[in-house]
Design a binder for this molecule. Structure first.
Ligand SMILES: Cc1ncc(COP(=O)(O)O)c(C=O)c1O
Length: 423
């Protein structure tokens, strides 16, 4: 958005005060970090009991499997049952991974590049060009995976219902080089929106020129509600089956931000054919994942209801942080209509849009004044936000007091950068 002349006139009146504020921030030698969406220590403390589970005498799974030894490439049967329920699929439609869903996504795409999917004409690396649709703003690491694998990225706009389906369906119908699409369908990173039932249905049923078109459905925030007013995205795999595209959905999840980030469990849910395809190449990579960790998670959560109860405790830590972000932005940007931001009901991020052409300068000014923000452009493919407007705010790790200070600095920098560009 471009600021109105009224907005600029009001900011002009504040200029001397803004300069003084920035000088004070600089003199305070702040060192605040609002960049990555990591859980706070208080959230990790919620799972501290896990460090003593399953315990030295508890290493056998239900059917007597000794979890200390090799075996069961696709995971313990009870872990599969647990995560099948979590993902809304059957036990045969799920495979348990290691500690990272991003690694599962990376590997799925790498296998497709090297070998192709069962319905691919040839391996993707043997095709002239491979393209992916990327709803923007989106998750920077999805974009890095594509960039590393030489997959060309095409941005598509997001609105309050999910990706702009007119753009998506036009693209996929016209170009057989478009092989897939990234989606964070619930409490999206970074906008916090949840895809509407209509969008899910359209994604499942739309006509694609590529026979091996896949939707990378990264449901990282499936259980990460902040308010009582929970959102739940419709099940893509089910919708794909109904639409006679049973192999289109690759759905990912993990407990990274449920149990211990870096020591959680990742999961892939998809059609039985896709799971068999994935397992074939996985078996070249490992003899099996960490079953002790699977047992640890089962002992700790007991069942999906236990996991959901645990997530309420996370919300208790996070809610005040998200509230503080919204409170300071609301208070300090009252006369800055060109800045808008999201108020998510879950997930890990707030997405802020500042006046066009100002985001890079805002982030630089914040850094000069002791506040590290995620690089402008990070939420777009190739790090390039065409409007230079989007900034991702990650409130989980800092304390409420740190967030308050960081947001005050951010708001002052937004006003200064808007004045510099438009006054
Ligand atoms: C959308 C999304 N997917 C995946 C991840 C990483 O998940 P994992 O730790 O399971 O690799 C993140 C982490 O920020 C994320 O935001």
């Amino acid at each position: 958005m471009v600021p109105s002349s009224k907005e600029i006139a009001q900011l002009k009146q504040e200029e001397t005060e803004l300069k003084k504020l920035l000088e004070n921030f600089k003199n305070a030698s702040l060192a605040l970090d609002m960049t990555r969406g990591k859980p706070a220590p208080a959230q990790l403390d919620l799972s501290i009991e896990m460090l003593s589970l399953p315990g030295k005498d508890d290493y056998k799974a239900k059917e007597g499997t000794d979890c200390r030894n090799y075996g069961l490439l696709d995971g313990l049967p009870e872990a599969k049952a647990f995560f099948a329920e979590y993902m809304g699929v059957t036990k045969n439609e799920v495979i348990i991974g290691g500690n990272s869903s991003l690694a599962l996504m990376h590997d799925t795409l790498t296998f497709a590049v090297l070998h192709g999917y069962p319905e691919s004409e040839k391996a993707w690396c043997k095709q002239e060009s491979i393209k992916f649709l990327c709803p923007v703003p989106g998750y920077d690491r999805h974009f890095s995976v594509c960039e590393t694998l030489g997959i060309e990225m095409i941005p598509v706009d997001m609105d309050e219902n999910g990706p702009d389906m007119q753009q998506v369906s036009n693209y996929v119908k016209a170009d057989s080089a478009i092989k897939g699409m990234w989606c964070v369908p619930q409490y999206s990173n970074p906008t916090g929106i949840t895809y509407s039932p209509e969008v899910v249905e359209q994604l499942a049923s739309m006509q694609t020129a590529a026979p091996d078109f896949k939707i990378m459905w990264d449901n990282a925030y499936a259980a990460h509600h902040l308010s009582h007013n929970k959102e739940k995205v419709h099940n893509l795999l089910e919708a794909c089956k109904k639409a006679s595209n049973p192999d289109r959905a690759l759905m990912y999840g993990s407990t990274s931000k449920i149990s211990l980030a870096g020591a959680g469990i990742a999961v892939l849910a998809s059609s039985e054919a896709n799971i068999a395809w994935y397992k074939k190449y996985l078996s070249m990579q490992t003899i099996g994942h960490d079953k002790i960790n699977q047992l640890r998670h089962l002992r700790f959560f007991k069942n999906v209801a236990g996991l959901e109860a645990h997530m309420k405790k996370h919300a208790g830590v996070l809610q005040s942080k998200f509230d503080k972000v919204d409170e300071v932005l609301g208070k300090d940007l009252g006369n800055v209509d060109s800045a808008t931001w999201t108020k998510p009901k879950g997930g890990y991020f707030v997405s802020l849009n500042v006046a066009e052409g100002c985001a890079t300068r805002v982030v630089a000014l914040c850094a000069e004044n002791g506040v590290k923000m995620t690089a402008a452009g990070a939420t777009f493919p190739y790090g390039k936000d065409p409007k230079d407007s989007n900034i991702r705010i990650a409130p989980s790790l800092p304390s409420v007091a740190e967030i308050e200070k960081a947001m005050q600095v951010l708001c002052t920098c937004i006003k200064m950068a808007t004045l510099e560009k438009y006054a």
